[in-house]
Design a protein around this ligand. Structure first.
Ligand SMILES: Cc1cc2nc3c(=O)[nH]c(=O)nc-3n(C[C@H](O)[C@H](O)[C@H](O)COP(=O)(O)OP(=O)(O)OC[C@H]3O[C@@H](n4cnc5c(N)ncnc54)[C@H](O)[C@@H]3O)c2cc1C
Length: 316
């Protein structure tokens, strides 16, 4: 988890620090016998069973795999953006309005949102609940956001747009946090300084899925495709949970929720029960396929059997 203050995780009425929450998660998992291996996976082979995962010096075999590699916010790469103490990340700079917008540091303040897509419009609109004024800084003269999101933002009189402009640096002090930004007009080159107390970078997220490219089905951005009511991917026995398969909610509690789903799905799969794939068909660890309409079972050697109760059971 990359966040520090977590105010909205259920069960912690006073909020909790992200690292402390992770320690609690870990201790609880250890109590149930989880073994931890702290390794960086460099590549995977999901084409053969058991699956193979490679680190720099280890080979790990798995009958079932749960992918929870998360998504990373995209950053501008400008001075002042890095995490404290190297910049103001966590001290006035954020990439998540839902998570950080309600914090006292941003209430009734002048905030900047950088970006021009749906995420930026959503973040800006959300922030107007708490901020005094929200300035959307966009490097073009029109938005990429969908019409409905644009109109919502244009109608909001707390939002002001600054067009054709790049944020080139975030400025502030360790004590006060962010105090302003350096701006540059991309058409005229004119530079200026704008005072503000918070900067939200909203230029999108990148799911950490490059490892699985070409093996798992993904959407255009690279999020792993699961089918919504199961965490199954297109490869039976490979499950995905958390931000790596969720471009919409991206919260700690939803990641934990889908993590619970993935654990139950993997357990079912290892217990020889059918699990659902994004295509709607169900598959067992033995490789039996049940068609999406649940009418036929196709065995690993291609035999097609009607998926009907045994006659004896029907008579009972
Ligand atoms: C600034 C910020 C503030 C936030 N604040 C909040 C908040 O207040 N409340 C809230 O609910 N949510 C908040 N979020 C969102 C929350 O952090 C995420 O939704 C949540 O952490 C997603 O959990 P995850 O397990 O899917 O992924 P992550 O927590 O991102 O974990 C993924 C893990 O996989 C590891 N990994 C990736 N690739 C590999 C590899 N190849 N090999 C080995 N390991 C790998 C990563 O190192 C990381 O440890 C915030 C996010 C940001 C950016």
């Amino acid at each position: 988890m990359i966040t520090t203050d977590v105010e909205n995780y259920p069960g912690f009425s006073e909020g909790i620090q992200g690292p402390d929450l992770m320690v609690e998660f870990r201790k609880q998992a250890e109590r149930f016998g989880t073994e931890f291996l702290e390794e960086w996976i460099t590549h995977v082979d999901l084409q053969q069973r058991p699956f193979t995962l490679y680190t720099d010096d280890k080979i790990i075999k798995a009958d079932a795999l749960i992918i929870a590699s998360g998504a990373s916010a995209k950053w501008l790469g400008i001075p002042g953006e890095a995490k404290t103490p190297h910049g103001f990340g966590g001290n006035g700079v954020s990439a998540c309005a839902t998570c950080d917008g309600p914090l006292p540091a941003f209430r009734n303040k002048h905030l900047i949102v950088v970006g021009g897509g749906d995420t930026a419009m959503e973040e800006a609109t959300f922030l107007t609940r708490y901020a005094k004024r929200v300035f959307v800084v966009h490097r073009r003269d029109k938005l990429r956001a969908s019409k409905i999101m644009q109109e919502k933002a244009f109608r909001n009189d707390k939002i002001e747009f600054i067009w054709n402009t790049d944020v080139t640096a975030i400025i502030g002090t360790n004590e006060q946090g962010v105090t302003g930004v350096d701006l540059r007009n991309v058409e005229t080159g004119a530079e200026s300084v704008m005072n503000c107390e918070g900067v939200f970078i909203a230029i999108g997220h990148k799911p950490n899925t490059h490892l699985f490219k070409g093996q798992l089905d993904m959407d255009a951005v690279g999020y792993i495709i699961t089918n919504g009511h199961s965490t199954g991917t297109n490869i039976p026995g490979v499950f995905a949970c958390g931000d790596v398969q969720d471009s919409v909610y991206r919260q700690a509690v939803t990641a934990a929720g889908t993590g619970c789903m993935a654990a139950i799905d993997a357990e079912r799969f290892l217990d020889h029960l059918p699990i659902e794939l994004p295509s709607g068909e169900e598959v067992t660890i033995e490789g039996e396929h049940i068609t999406p309409d649940r009418k036929l079972i196709i065995t690993p050697d291609g035999e097609v059997i009607p998926n009907e109760p045994e006659a004896a059971l029907v008579e009972e």
